[in-house]
Design a protein around this ligand. Sequence first.
Ligand SMILES: C[S@@+](CC[C@H](N)C(=O)[O-])C[C@H]1O[C@@H](n2cnc3c(N)ncnc32)[C@H](O)[C@@H]1O
Length: 239
Amino acid sequence: MYSDVFCQVYNTFGWNYYPEIFGELLLQWLRRQDFHPKTAMDLGCGTGILCEILHKNGIRASGMDFSSGMIDIARSSNPEIDYQVADMITFCPDMQFDLITCTGDALNHIHDLSDVARIFQNVLRYTAPGGYFIFDILNENEVSTSEPFEMDFSETVRVWFQMTREDANQVNLKVRVFENGALQFEENIQETVHNPAAICDLLRQSGFTVERCADRLLDDTNHGTTWFVVARKPYPIQA
Ligand SMILES: C[S@@+](CC[C@H](N)C(=O)[O-])C[C@H]1O[C@@H](n2cnc3c(N)ncnc32)[C@H](O)[C@@H]1O
């Protein structure tokens, strides 16, 4: 779970650019599929940027996240959108949604494949028949490590970041916040790099069909640094 201070750092440093890019891609994808969801649920919604994009485009969007600091920011940006603090591993709302999303490598925060399987089984339950589950996961070939870098947060606060790859499957992001030169807090975020073929197998075992697993959501766009996965809940077979 992200600490409240880290949620503010996340919000202020513009890591919201990713859901903005993803949101535009997703809207294009929906238009091309001629798929017009009325309702959507964003898992690991962070500060709610994707929900807001969907909401502005006439979709009744809801969001959930484990970190209450993220949900506080999301709620204050748009009180009309329904947000919940919950763990996506056990999350299983009563209603069904036409579209479920999970972006910004939120699924890489789930380390154990048995928990990923549980999420997929639950998502199937709350996806409407014919509805889509669209998410990204880190691409093992594109995960970069960086030299530490620093940025000003305010006149007195500086933030230091470093991304390291401990082994093939483990990425660590370390963030330190300094006020007037003194360390105020440090956050360590671990992400697990999942194998896309294993993820697609889990989706199929859960009952989804996998329509796409590629380094871009649309064929004619530049490839991204993640895998994009499009899964669909089949319609029930008519007797
Ligand atoms: C890198 S952020 C991405 C946020 C947002 N989707 C975006 O694209 O900006 C990952 C998010 O996943 C959330 N998260 C991690 N594990 C979670 C869990 N088990 N249940 C719900 N949310 C979780 C984190 O709190 C965080 O907000």
